[in-house]
Design a protein around this ligand. Structure first.
Ligand SMILES: [Zn+2]
Length: 257
């Protein structure tokens, strides 16, 4: 039996009652990722009974969130303080989204919110989960100012040269189900470039369902398809790749399964 790790899912966005059954499949562990300042307590309450789920706390750079970074971070920190430390394995997701936030958005607020997360990650000595879209250079230059912080570039959406830049900063690179999409040749090239000890895989459920489920809501069980394709592209067996990702997840998140 393979034990697939899904390093990034949003379990509270899946239909209620479907999550426990995931562990009857070959799912070895899931990191349930936060996107807003007040969701952590509810997510922990909903899923903590599943002993192979761990949690992150972070704020996605929505228009509302980047309008008031300090206030948002104050709220998030209250939730972090209240959470059982053994269940909280990362800060994020947080970052820059210049597909969503264009020139007239509060880009200074977006940057400030990311930097506040980096401070918290540094202080708590937790890895950070970075969301970055159409903002590779800006993201890299901010992360470079926090060399003590390590983490993952989640749902990687750039090319080989951006992958190299993030690897040089010490970051892991994580690929989601869009790796399997026909148009994603650049992502598949980037996947082959990542060294074994820096690679992670995720679903970003309920988004980005891999082929052949594209268009449906993704569940962590679908990650099997992403592992299969990634193994084929990297000339690896699925078993070996599953071992690699499990070891990398443990190394980054301290999440041993
Ligand atoms: Zn996400």
């Amino acid at each position: 039996m393979f034990r697939f790790i899904d390093t990034h899912a949003h379990l509270s966005k899946l239909p209620r009652g479907t999550v426990g059954a995931l562990f009857d499949a070959d799912i070895g562990g899931i990191i349930d990722v936060g996107t807003n300042a007040t969701d952590l307590s509810d997510r922990i309450a909903a899923f903590r009974a599943l002993d192979r789920v761990r949690f992150s706390a972070g704020i996605w750079p929505s228009t509302e969130a980047i309008a008031e970074p300090m206030e948002q971070m104050r709220l998030l920190e209250q939730h972090i303080t209240a959470a059982p430390p053994e269940l909280l394995v990362a800060i994020g997701e947080c970052g820059l989204d210049h597909h969503h936030n264009t020139e007239d958005a509060n880009l200074a607020g977006e940057r400030e919110l990311l930097e506040l997360h980096l401070h918290v990650a540094q202080r708590l000595n937790l890895p950070i989960i970075i969301h970055t879209r159409e903002a590779a250079d800006e993201t890299r230059s901010i992360l470079a100012q926090y060399p003590a912080v390590h983490g993952v570039i989640h749902c990687f959406s750039y090319d080989v040269s951006a992958a190299r830049a993030f690897l040089n900063l010490g970051y892991y690179i994580s690929f989601a189900g869009n790796l399997t999409y026909k148009s994603a040749q650049g992502l598949r090239e980037a996947l082959c470039f990542i060294p074994d000890d820096r690679l992670l895989l995720e679903t970003d459920s309920p988004f980005l369902a891999p082929v052949p489920f594209r268009g449906k809501d993704a569940t962590p069980a679908m990650i099997v398809e992403t592992y299969k394709l990634a193994a084929e592209l990297r000339n690896s067996s699925v078993e070996d790749l599953a071992d690699t990702i499990r070891a990398n997840s443990a190394a980054l998140f301290g999440f041993r399964l």
